[in-house]
Design a binder for this molecule. Structure first.
Ligand code: PLP
Ligand code: COI
Length: 354
């Protein structure tokens, strides 16, 4: 296996106090690794967090050849630190790499390197209720070239940020705007990959929705604008009578690790959960019939985020009187219970850092 060089900082930073916000502060160290055609992935190191040098012609800055991940380290009830399904994030990063013409990396090596990085910066894992250390692995194309082709050189980094809730409202239900004008992704495009361009393409719709007081948008499929896909930073679930539905992975939706975990938890409770196509018309009909009982988003940053209101054209659908519903609450308690080590992890999802 490749060597991992470690260079510790001589100037540890003050840790932030009080409200952390999301992704605003960074720990003392980061992981870096380079790729060249001659060496493959090489030069893996943990170094002090700080600026990196790239050419202004570096390809990710011009053509967006980039992939990223989002995961968290949690402070468990014994005071230790643990990760939630980190191997799934590295697996998905390689899936994104394949789509974005970025060379694959050794997932086992990266997992070891991440564990080491978290161990070194473990004092940065917050102790406050609900806060955690958000981890952002990412890869950028670094070849200095204005030709629009795949980069020959890349840089892999992992940075980490002690963070609080993604939405300022915490567990209070969010308002979501059903987007009918703009689209995020289409089949055959890059929707299933976690790549910068998907998020850049989303910002206009998000800004418009924010002006109307909505937290994020619910995307419809890019071809017919008919089927429900996902929200800006989370997958979605709807409780329609006795059935819980989440849109099937159709190539334009991100295959969320929280989504997958929630499906498994619901199944373990014997609930009828279906991954299938769900049209916005079916959702509206269910609402009119009084069957749209609960809705929530799932994501690493957002955890379980109840949806209290959906706006589709002129129709404002209030869900569960804008209150968190029993299934959303139970899912939140179970998932965060496993992540923070407060309840037994019967699924084998937690990886302790020691
Ligand atoms: N969908 C999008 C577009 C996202 O950015 C995220 C966040 O990572 C998710 C869904 C949820 O995925 P996960 O549960 O793996 O964090
Ligand atoms: C995550 O949940 O990890 C995400 O990537 C959402 C992000 C856009 C903040």
């Amino acid at each position: 296996m490749m060597d991992l060089r470690v260079e510790l900082t001589k100037n540890p930073k003050e840790k932030p106090q009080g409200n952390l916000g999301f992704g605003k502060y960074f720990t003392d160290h980061m992981f870096v690794m380079d790729y060249s055609p001659e060496n493959g992935w090489y030069n893996a190191a943990i170094v002090p967090f700080g600026p990196i040098e790239v050419s202004p012609a570096c390809m990710c800055l011009h053509y967006g050849q980039e992939v990223f991940e989002g995961m968290k380290a949690y402070r468990n009830s014994e005071g230790g630190v643990q990760l939630f399904r980190p191997e799934e994030n590295f697996k998905r990063l390689n899936v994104s790499n394949d789509r974005m013409c970025i060379p694959k990396f050794d997932e086992a090596f990266l997992l070891d390197a991440l564990m080491k990085l978290v161990e070194i910066d473990q004092e940065w894992v917050p102790r406050e209720e609900g806060a955690s250390l958000y981890i952002r692995p990412f890869i950028i194309g670094t070849e200095p070239s204005l030709g629009a082709h795949s980069s020959t050189h890349f840089k892999f980094l992992i940075i980490m940020s002690p963070s609080g809730a993604y939405y300022e409202t915490g567990l209070a239900p969010v308002k979501i705007y059903v987007e009918t004008k703009y689209v995020r992704a289409v089949t055959g495009g890059t929707g299933f990959a976690k790549t910068a361009g998907n998020y850049a393409a989303s910002m206009k719709a998000q800004d418009v929705a924010a002006e109307e007081g909505y937290s994020q948008v619910l995307w419809l499929d890019g071809v017919e604008r008919k089927y429900v896909e996902e929200v800006g930073a989370m997958n979605v679930f709807f409780k329609l009578g006795d059935e819980i539905v989440t849109p099937a992975l159709d190539g334009s939706i991100l295959s969320g690790i929280t989504r997958k975990s929630v499906v498994d938890i619901l199944k373990s409770w014997g609930m009828n959960v279906q991954e299938r196509m769900l049209s916005i018309d079916e959702l509206v009909q269910a609402y009119k019939d009084g069957k749209l009982e609960e809705a929530w988003g799932t994501g690493t940053a957002a955890v379980i985020s109840p949806i209290g209101e959906l706006k589709y054209g002129d129709l404002v659908m209030e869900i569960n009187q804008n209150q968190i519903g029993p299934i959303s609450q139970k899912l939140y308690d179970t998932l965060t219970g496993i992540q923070w080590g407060k309840i037994e992890d019967t699924f084998g999802w937690v990886k302790k850092v020691d």
